[in-house]
Design a protein around this ligand. Structure first.
Ligand code: PHE
Length: 348
């Protein structure tokens, strides 16, 4: 019996020494220590021995059993540390290594310009608001002193939306951002200082026009507002957006919703404002930016503002056009902005 136990111990040890993974260790445990394992069977035999012998052999058998368990436990720990070591090796990473940056997109040139324009005006207290980009005829024309069938409307080559009319007329794709004027006056009492940037639409397409473009509209209403204030704000913007040395000029013009009305020019960034006509870009020192003027009393009235108490100015310019007049941009066809050509877009 003792011999059998010795044999079993040797067998156990030799199998154990060849165990290299958990599955094999588990199989070994079942084969030797399990319910029908070799050691269990042997222990059963011990039970049938004569008293005296059973004591001594039983003691030895127990030692063997304990030895098995100890050896098993040791192997188990060994495998455990080895496996976690291997896992660590496999999953090792150097957290001090600089990361690989994902490819990032960026805002479109026009969006960048809009953010910049908003920021420039916010510094002098112009709050950013948003009027609808599809709006009623009333806000786009009628309330701006352009009654139905007025020929001045022809200047805005408007897309009308094929929807039932309301009391405020037809729906149109806004051809300018001036619809924000009366809309805002209906909502807030003066003093008003707002900037509205939005998409605008006109039926036109060539190297300087696209059917969808953007405008920014400024409106300031307060007591005692004069043209000098308008000029000051425009000069401030020109300096902030175009940089030092550029000047603005107001040229008399006509809009139904401002009186007096102006076209705003900026001195040419290429020739520095050479009025001799020698510059190929501006042919006279100035580039046209957009419209402006003192808000017409009828427009104030339409917005519920008393023109005998308040006055104000408004201006509305194209974002793309303003952008193209920036030095160094050199875009000679406005349509390239929206062609989705990455070679162009990623330059900015
Ligand atoms: N809405 C005018 C346009 O689109 C520009 C403008 C805005 C003129 C505000 C005067 C005052 O041409």
């Amino acid at each position: 019996m003792k011999h059998k136990l010795d044999q079993l111990q040797k067998e156990f040890e030799s199998v154990l020494s060849r165990v290299t993974d958990r599955a094999a260790l588990e199989a070994l445990k079942n084969a030797f220590l399990g319910r029908k394992g070799k050691l269990k069977l042997l222990l059963k035999e011990v039970a049938s021995l004569a008293d005296e012998e059973r004591k001594t052999i039983g003691a030895i058998a127990n030692e063997v059993k304990e030895a098995f368990e100890v050896a098993y436990g040791k192997k188990e720990r060994e495998l455990g540390t080895r496996e976690s070591g291997e896992q660590r090796e496999r999953e090792w990473m150097d957290i001090t290594e600089p990361g690989r940056a994902p490819r990032e997109g960026h805002l479109h040139l026009t969006s960048q310009a809009m953010e910049e324009i908003t920021a420039i005006f916010s510094r002098i207290g112009f709050e950013s608001v948003r009027a609808p980009e599809i709006d009623w005829d009333y806000y786009v024309f009628e309330s701006l002193n352009m009654p139905a069938d007025h020929p001045a409307r022809d200047d805005w080559e408007t897309f009308f939306v094929d929807l039932p009319e309301s009391k405020k007329g037809k729906m149109v794709l806004t051809p300018h951002t001036s619809n924000s004027q009366v809309r805002l006056m209906e909502q807030v009492k003066p003093p008003i200082r707002m900037i509205n940037i939005n998409r605008t639409y006109r039926r036109q397409m060539d190297i300087t026009h696209i059917p969808m473009f953007h405008q920014f509209e400024g409106l300031l209403i307060d007591k005692g507002v004069a043209v000098t204030h308008l000029k000051g704000v425009l000069d401030y913007f020109a300096l902030a957006f175009f940089g030092g040395g550029r000047k603005t000029r107001l040229r008399p013009h006509h809009f139904r919703f401002t009186e007096p009305s102006f076209e705003v020019d900026i001195s040419c960034g290429v020739c520095g404002g050479n009025e001799s006509g020698a510059c190929r870009l501006c042919k006279g020192g100035w580039l046209e930016l957009g419209g402006a003027g003192m808000v017409h009393p009828r427009v104030l009235e339409a917005g519920g503002v008393d023109p005998s108490v308040y006055s104000g100015f408004a201006f509305g310019w194209g974002v793309e056009r303003t952008l193209m007049m920036r030095e160094g941009i050199k875009i000679d066809d406005i349509r390239i902005l929206y062609k989705n050509d990455l070679r162009f877009v990623t330059q900015f």
